[in-house]
Design a protein around this ligand. Sequence first.
Ligand code: HEC
Ligand code: HEC
Length: 394
Amino acid sequence: MFKLENTTKKLKTTLLSLGVISLFAASAVANESSVDGAVKYPTKDGKYGPYHINTQNVKYNNGRAATKNEINIWNVDVKPDLKDLPEYDTEKGKPVMEDGKPKIAEGSVEWGEELYDKNCGMCHGEFGAGGKGYPTLSGGKKADLVIQRLNPADKAPNPNVALKTIGSYWPYASTLFWYIKDSMPFTAPKTLTNSEVYAITAFLLSVNDIKVDGEEMDSEFVLNKENFHKIKLPNEDGFYPNVNTKDPRDGLNEVTKLLSNPKIYGTGTRCMKDCIKGDVKELLMRINVDLAPNANQPITAERSWKEPVSENSGKDPVVSGNYDTYCSACHSNKAIGAPVFGDKNAWTEVVSKGMDTVYKNAINGINAMPPKGGTVLSDDEFKKVVDYIIDSSK
Ligand code: HEC
Ligand code: HEC
């Protein structure tokens, strides 16, 4: 047990648990010293060093435990062992009944295509061909995965990139089911039924020319929990060498062979500092979002979901709520080239085209902006959101 002495207040405390002492220290000796890892630091302006301390008396409301059905709704991970692949259609975490029996979850390639065109194509392109700024979901070859993108400042950077898609790169189809079920469509995740997810998964596998038991998937092919295990993606073995050998030395040889293959692990030299020299026009990735303002906030800063609008701001909470739900994913940072909410210059430029054009562009979609942002808002409702963004960006 540690003994702690506060010299300023002559306060002697026995440290029973870190939680107890840190709360206590924060309220009793605020702005004088803080305790972290049983070490005392002098504090100034609610901080010690770069760190904020808890200076307010906060009462946490921990809510209640989630019910089993609430957990079921969120607990959708599906691993390669396929154990958690859903067997039935469910609603609010319970099986949907049909003629007194739970309804089997399944979907055909044909139905999947219909669903895909309605829910996914505006972003991911026809047959998964990809859209500006959105991942390509089909095409690519496993054999191309060894293509390396060299340092773009090199004299002759490799112009080719490996196209990594479900068909060429992903090791397991279970990930596809899980990803769609959990997070797509981008603007309305978790809205698809299990059957719909089976159908879309089947469609995406078929456009990737995945064979099931050696057979092509035609439009009548129906996917469900029972036949899912027959799908094998071409790159399943591409992530690690086969070390399941009788003699462990053979396994070790396999690893060495893989790691020393320059086509996979590179021929260049490592570099930790000033790596990119010369005039580099384009890098593959760039981080445009400034994370700093949100990082390292005081522990007492409220981070829970705030009701978007207060009564006296004169804004319609439904409209700003629609913005938060449907548009902010793309319009709150520059990552995919959307004019950013609140960016006066960007929106002045947009508006200069004339509002009729702006409405038309946003309703029909323009470049990486899907029609109506991928929503099913009516024209009127949608235009109100556009007006709200523009008004807030003046
Ligand atoms: C509004 C645009 C939009 C819509 C609509 C949309 N997606 Fe996506 N999708 C995205 C974005 C953006 C990502 C990348 C997300 C990320 O990397 O965090 C993505 C990623 C994916 C990925 C992972 C791709 C990869 O290689 O990593 C899959 C699979 C996918 N979406 C499937 C779907 C399906 C199926 C639908 C329809 C049910 C759908 N998406 C609808 C925008 C969209
Ligand atoms: C999937 C990403 C995405 C979503 C979701 C999205 N936008 Fe956009 N939006 C964009 C991008 C990217 C542009 C820039 C398009 C361009 O000019 O290349 C854009 C442009 C716009 C424009 C300007 C059109 C013009 O004529 O220049 C308006 C208005 C707009 N969005 C409104 C909305 C509204 C309202 C919503 C929500 C209901 C929304 N967007 C949701 C990506 C998105």
